[in-house]
Design a protein around this ligand. Structure first.
Ligand SMILES: C[S@@+](CC[C@H](N)C(=O)[O-])C[C@H]1O[C@@H](n2cnc3c(N)ncnc32)[C@H](O)[C@@H]1O
Length: 262
């Protein structure tokens, strides 16, 4: 099955937050060797949970929204989906095309902003993304997803979440200060309960899934910067124990899954 036809405005026409995102991500395009290495390493546990939530993927038309340098789109294509990847950053899309060529999968990559006119209604069986929704206004994008999905179509997104008050406070007051690393653009904002309500109202029921607990692992990443292998092991084990005890909502990264009505 081919990826759907599209009419997407040039990325230069983006304004406001979308234009700032375009500039930021055009300046942060990863090297080709790096993205090939990430693709060959295979999906991490949260990405695998996101891909699994959309199975069976064989023959499905899938939109990878805010696809960046294309790693997730290539994972989807390798599982048999007809994938369209869209991103506001032309530099990222160029890298994504190079990646797909290098690893031998076919994806239709387009640079630009997704609007209600970009595709025919019901063009996709699923929408997917990897750190995508927390970069955009869900009140704008959720109704577009609803239009694009077939009845019963699914969405699955690995996202940065704002449901853990301790992590939200740390992000607000510590991230980017002193020794605490910041990874991301100015306009991004973790997904909170209000965002999930928007998805439920505009599209359909939302479930949160978890592949790997990232609570203390975030401290390891942003503060210790993975410099102490023993600490990495201990913090990872405590996180895994928290996940087993059902404390999933503490995780900074989770998979947001939704289903359109039939
Ligand atoms: C954190 S990056 C994630 C990229 C990719 N999914 C990945 O995981 O490597 C966020 C991406 O969102 C894209 N983005 C931000 N706002 C967008 C918009 N309005 N339309 C399309 N893409 C957007 C950025 O260009 C950037 O590539």
């Amino acid at each position: 099955m081919d990826a759907p036809e599209h009419r997407i405005a040039a990325p230069e026409q983006a304004t406001g937050a979308a234009a700032r995102e375009r500039e930021f991500w055009d300046e942060h395009v990863p090297e080709l060797d790096y993205v090939i290495g990430e693709y060959r390493a295979g999906p991490d546990r949260n990405t695998a949970a996101m891909l699994d939530a959309l199975e069976p993927l064989q023959g499905k038309r899938v939109l990878d929204f805010a696809c960046g340098a294309g790693i997730t789109a290539c994972f989807l294509a390798a599982r048999g989906a007809a994938v369209t990847g869209i991103d506001i950053s032309p530099g990222s899309i160029e890298r994504a095309r190079e990646l797909a060529r290098a690893v031998g999968v076919e994806v239709d990559f387009v640079a630009g902003e997704l609007t209600g006119e970009s595709f025919e209604p019901e063009s996709f069986d699923a929408v997917a993304g990897h750190y995508a929704l927390h970069h955009i206004d869900l009140t704008v994008i959720a109704p577009i997803f609803r239009e694009l999905l077939v009845p019963g179509g699914r969405g699955a997104f690995v996202e940065t979440m704002g449901l853990n008050p301790l992590l939200s406070l740390s992000r607000r007051f510590l991230t980017g200060r002193g020794a605490v690393a910041s990874y991301g653009s100015d306009d991004e904002r973790p997904i909170d309960r209000a965002d999930l309500n928007v998805i439920e109202m505009e599209i359909g029921p939302v479930e949160l899934e978890l592949g790997e607990m990232r609570f203390l692992r975030i401290f390891d990443r942003n503060v210790l910067r993975y410099r102490h292998p023993a600490a990495t092991r201990v913090l990872g084990s405590v996180d895994d124990a928290l996940a087993k005890a059902g404390m999933d909502r503490l995780s900074y990264h989770q998979v947001v899954v939704f289903t359109a009505p039939r």
